[in-house]
Design a protein around this ligand. Structure first.
Ligand SMILES: Cc1cc2nc3c(=O)[nH]c(=O)nc-3n(C[C@H](O)[C@H](O)[C@H](O)COP(=O)(O)O)c2cc1C
Length: 269
């Protein structure tokens, strides 16, 4: 079993690391052979996303920071589990985490990591509602790249004073989420998509066809995967009523985007 933990703090042994270290210890107590890798975005020469959008339109291999992005992409692909961990900075993820997620924007369009389970971790001075958006945002990004969400940990950083009661509660949160993460890793099955997932799939199925299709990385990827003729990214049993509703929704989305198709064709004539 291989797990990659991405620690988006410049403090390599800071509060966020300490929580991830606890997760590692819990996992290794039962699975000592687990290959547990720490990836620090601060040690990689990614620079800020330049906003050229070329990863989305033409392909990620053209990103000016492709080498770094590709290295991490390979690491994630080889992993069974991923931990996205960030300190809360001004109520959100750190800039290191945001920059990393920006570099993976193309994976929202061309999801891939369907075999990877993910948990998200945030540490802050307060936790509770303060870290809620941070763990939620990292989970949203991971899910849209294909990963299977398996839990969220939102705790107060080790260096901040807190009562024994709170500390105990947080420890039990870490144990509980890590336990669920392990079960999910061992289960290995692809989850049944929710209704929301199925609707989103239909939206992407339409939007990835906008523009000069053959030149677009999304269209090529979706065609290769056969996703223009499927109901989801992977086989999923869908009852006939839901199937009919989804098809009607797909047609409605296509209609509402017709303008974009036509305008774009006009402009590129
Ligand atoms: C720039 C900055 C902004 C921060 N913003 C918040 C915040 O909005 N809410 C909060 O509770 N803690 C905030 N903190 C505290 C950190 O979230 C907390 O110390 C965290 O556990 C640090 O993790 P690390 O040691 O892994 O870097 C902030 C810290 C820094 C440096």
């Amino acid at each position: 079993m291989k797990i990659t933990a991405i620690i988006a703090s410049a403090r390599k042994k800071g509060n966020t690391y300490k929580v991830v270290r606890q997760i590692e210890d819990i996992i290794k107590a039962d699975y000592p052979d687990t290959d547990f890798i720490y990836y620090y975005p601060s040690e990689h020469d990614t620079n800020f996303c330049k906003g050229c959008t070329i990863c989305i339109t033409k392909g990620e291999h053209l990103c000016p920071h492709y080498q770094t992005v590709d290295e991490l992409e390979k690491l994630i692909t080889e992993s069974d589990g991923v931990i996205l961990a960030s300190p809360v900075y001004v109520m959100q993820v750190s800039a290191l985490m945001k920059n990393l997620l920006d570099h993976f924007a193309y994976r929202w369009h061309r999801p891939k990591f369907f075999n990877q389970r993910v948990i998200t971790v945030a540490t802050s001075a307060a936790a509770g509602f303060v870290g809620k958006d941070t763990v939620g945002y990292m989970e949203l990004c991971a899910k849209n790249m294909g990963m299977i969400p398996s839990g969220k940990i939102n705790v107060i950083g080790d260096e901040f004073p807190q009562s024994e009661q709170v500390r105990k509660k947080e420890e039990s949160q870490i144990r509980k989420v890590t336990g669920a993460f392990i079960s999910s890793l061992k289960n290995g099955k692809l989850p049944k998509p929710s209704i929301k997932d199925l609707f989103w799939f239909r939206i992407w199925q339409t939007t990835t066809r906008i523009g000069e299709k053959e030149k677009m990385a999304d269209f090529r990827y979706w065609s290769e995967k056969g996703w223009y003729n499927s109901d989801y990214y992977y086989p999923a049993s869908i009852d006939p009523v839901t199937g009919t509703v989804l098809k009607a929704f797909g047609a409605m989305v296509r209609n509402s985007f017709r303008h974009s198709f036509e305008n774009h064709q006009e402009k590129t004539k």
